[in-house]
Ligand binder design. Structure first.
Ligand code: UD1
Length: 338
């Protein structure tokens, strides 16, 4: 059985991926510093899968602590989620963002080299495409010019990985560019649990749905889109998790460096997502129209043919499934995971 080191494995996408790995016969070894996740997630992974993964509380920038993880475990592959991810905060704290998000991946890559691990998956983002003029986005589009330091750390990490792959062709590296992850585990045990007021649309809608927040602000209804609100490619987190398993299998075939969009290929507007949430759950979401949010683009959605052709992966769940699962998680965890 392959041992997969999952850095940041107790977060929203990481925890779901740990479940998917276990269900596919892998043995995940989870590292997380709990800076933006809860230890209770580990119990919940065990409840869902019947298996408690090995867990080490450590910060991925801590070379000595991570060296110990690599020394004490035979590691066959790595999935690297561990990073700061709040766009607005990254504008206020660029030093912290560049330092953490680059050091955590670089430390992991140094140790990967030292310990002879060959398979590495990196969590990237659609944000690397910047303000592209044409949709959908293809993997070979130009990248760079992200609108904020968080996004720049994704661009820089991708650049580092491309150079590493050139210098060490024996490595297999997958860069996965996520579009907008939403939804939750259907059990209601795992889901998105942001600290403070949510920045992203789906957690905001679900907190409004249970009365924790009074009303959703729609940031702009004057975009050049059919209903004037921003269009994104929302993907169920369970599909995203399966994408990691498919990518790990691809690496095991000695793929070298590969890059995939993980999205649905379909754009949904803010108003459409709100309506889908209301219809799926029989609730009303009060909304107010506000000015556009700085840094937002009108449209952002993927072409996902490459992942389908090369990984045999495509998103299976709908927006309605994701709305139902997000609401279920929110109802069962009104104050988040405790
Ligand atoms: C953002 C980040 C992206 C990151 C992703 C994580 C930017 C430019 N991009 O994507 O890098 O990977 O989060 O999921 O910030 N909206 C509202 N009201 C709200 C919140 C959002 O109307 O309260 C709208 C936004 O204007 C946008 C859409 O909902 O049109 C989606 O926003 P959000 O969930 O924040 O994701 P992105 O901005 O697409």
């Amino acid at each position: 059985m392959s041992n997969i080191l999952v850095n940041g494995g107790l977060g929203f996408i990481g925890s779901e991926t740990v479940v998917a790995l276990i269900n596919s016969g892998y043995n995940p070894i989870v590292v997380d510093d709990l800076s933006n996740s809860k230890i209770a997630v580990l119990d919940r992974i065990e409840t869902i899968t019947g298996k408690r993964p090995t867990f080490i509380q450590a910060n991925c920038t801590d070379y000595a602590a991570m060296d110990k993880v690599f020394t004490e475990n035979k590691i066959d592959g790595i999935i690297h989620f561990a990073a700061f991810k709040a766009v607005g905060e990254s504008v206020q704290k660029p030093i912290e963002y560049y330092s953490n998000n680059l050091k955590s991946s670089l430390t992991t890559l140094e140790l990967m080299k030292k310990h002879g691990v060959r398979n590495f998956i990196f969590s990237s983002s659609a944000t690397v495409y910047g303000c592209a003029k044409e949709m959908p986005l293809y993997e070979n589009n130009e990248t760079g010019d992200a609108t904020n330091p968080y996004g720049e750390t994704k661009v820089m990490n991708e650049r580092i990985l491309v150079d590493v792959a050139k210098a060490m062709p024996e490595l297999n590296i997958a860069i996965l560019r996520y579009f907008n992850p939403i939804g939750a585990h259907p059990s209601g045990l795992l889901g998105e649990d942001p600290n403070g007021i949510p920045n992203n649309l789906m957690p905001y809608i679900s907190q409004v749905s249970i009365g924790r927040l009074p009303c959703l602000s729609i940031f702009g209804d004057d975009y050049p889109t059919p209903d004037g609100t921003g269009i994104r490619d929302y993907i169920h987190v369970l599909d995203l998790a399966e994408g990691h398993v498919a990518a790990m299998k691809k690496l095991e075939s000695n793929s070298g460096l590969v890059i995939y969009n993980l999205g649905t290929g379909k754009g949904t507007s803010v108003k459409e997502l709100v309506k889908a949430f209301e219809d799926a759950n029989g609730v009303k979401i009060p909304v107010v129209i506000k000015p556009r949010r700085a840094g937002d683009v009108a449209e952002n959605y993927a072409n996902c043919d490459k992942a389908f052709k090369e990984l045999g992966w495509k998103a299976r769940f709908t927006i309605v499934d994701a709305c139902r699962d997000s609401y279920n998680f929110q109802k069962k965890n009104p104050k988040g995971i405790e």
